[in-house]
Design a protein around this ligand. Structure first.
Ligand code: UD1
Length: 355
């Protein structure tokens, strides 16, 4: 088969690593990078850290409003698909790159596979929820990572060609943690000691683009007494400055860094005491690494909450500081993301798929 994989933003790149390896062993793969993320820390560093081949195409779309960004990607992806004529296209997750890739593919009648299908947080106003719903409904093959995701698809009438194979990112995490321990020197770069700091990430538009919410989150974080590592997404930095909140986190106990590469981030996560985040991937990684996680929005990773290791916070009405200090899981969780060899299973299912 000739398979095109379409990526563009940080959470897509991690999922591509092991899949790309298997695709290249058995088939022909072309990687199309939309260019949604272009900063080295958000894009290039993932390819080098994870040993992913350089993209065959970089469409250089960059940042813009959602409509403009998605439209530019759609046009450029279609051009590439018309030249390359793949048998199959794979898209990942819920980013605008995934949405544009899925639309371009199905409009050309090419077979489409969606990895990390069926995720829902039932907040229909969020860009990611819109993207994931549309992609699920137009894909030929859907690969939900969890039983809850499979049930979500079923509830929306998506039953045919749904394969519960597990979560690709757990393979990636396990493969790379030992590599990170050998290669990353992040602990000598930052003034932190293991188990003696909190890790904070916050970049979802639902938090960053709403001044009241962002102020609440940032005020609470600035009131925490613990040492904090806060790798800051460019959008968050921009909004903090725009809303005049950046000063609030200029404190001795808060270490602000650029976004971290994958290996550095894994080590910082593995070494922290607790995590405060609005990222989907970080919630799951925290769970796998047994780190109590406090989440600043609704979650699609509902199993992490049911197991007692993820506390969802309503930032507008609850006391984030108190929750961070008090939250402590009571029992060891079950191994819900434990499957390995997920990428291989996906490729084998694609090989057998007939339109
Ligand atoms: C996207 C995903 C989000 C994911 C996140 C991971 C969508 C709808 N959202 O959000 O689900 O959690 O990626 O990071 O696709 N910017 C830069 N440099 C870059 C990229 C972005 O400075 O390399 C800044 C720009 O100001 C840009 C803003 O970040 O306008 C937002 O970027 P965008 O691509 O729209 O989405 P993310 O917020 O990164």
């Amino acid at each position: 088969m000739k398979v095109a994989t379409i990526v563009g933003a940080r959470p897509n790149f991690m999922k591509l690593g092991p899949l790309s390896k298997i695709l290249r062993d058995r088939h022909q793969e072309i990687i199309i990078h939309t260019g949604q993320h272009y900063d080295s820390e958000l894009s290039h560093s993932f390819f080098s850290d994870l040993g992913i081949p350089e993209p065959d195409y970089n469409l250089g779309v960059g940042s813009a409003s959602h409509g403009k960004q998605t439209a530019k990607m759609l046009e450029k992806i279609e051009d590439v698909l018309l030249i390359e004529k793949p048998d199959f296209v794979i898209v990942f997750g819920d980013t605008n790159s995934g949405l544009a890739g899925a639309l371009a593919t199905r409009k050309l009648g090419v077979s489409l596979a969606h990895i990390e299908a069926g995720m829902r947080n039932f907040d229909w106003n969020k860009p990611e929820e819109i993207n994931r719903k549309i992609i699920d409904h137009i894909s030929d093959l859907n690969f939900p990572p969890t039983e809850a995701a499979r049930t979500n698809l079923e509830n929306e009438g998506i039953i045919k060609n749904v394969h519960l194979v597990g979560d690709v990112t757990c393979d990636v995490l396990k493969e790379n943690l030992s590599k990170a321990k050998k290669k990353s020197n992040i602990f000598s770069q930052l003034p932190i000691k293991k188990q003696d700091y909190l890790l904070v990430t916050c970049h979802k538009s639902t938090n960053t683009d709403n001044p009241k919410r962002l102020e609440k989150i940032i005020t609470s974080i600035s009131n925490l007494k613990q040492k904090i590592v806060f790798p800051i997404h460019p959008r968050t930095k921009k909004m903090l400055k725009e809303f005049k909140l950046y000063e609030l986190i200029q404190k001795d106990n808060i270490i602000i860094t650029e976004p971290l590469g994958y290996l550095d981030m894994l080590l910082v996560l593995d070494g922290c005491e607790k995590v405060i985040t609005d990222s989907g991937g970080v919630q799951k990684e925290a769970f796998v690494l047994r780190k109590p996680c406090i989440t600043l929005r609704e979650t699609e990773w509902i199993e992490t909450v049911k197991e007692g290791w993820n506390r969802i916070v309503d930032v507008e009405s609850e006391d984030l500081c108190k929750i961070v200090n008090d939250f402590m899981p009571k029992k060891q969780p079950r191994n819900i993301f434990g499957q390995s060899g997920v990428s291989k299973k996906i490729v084998e299912i694609m090989e057998k798929f007939k339109v």
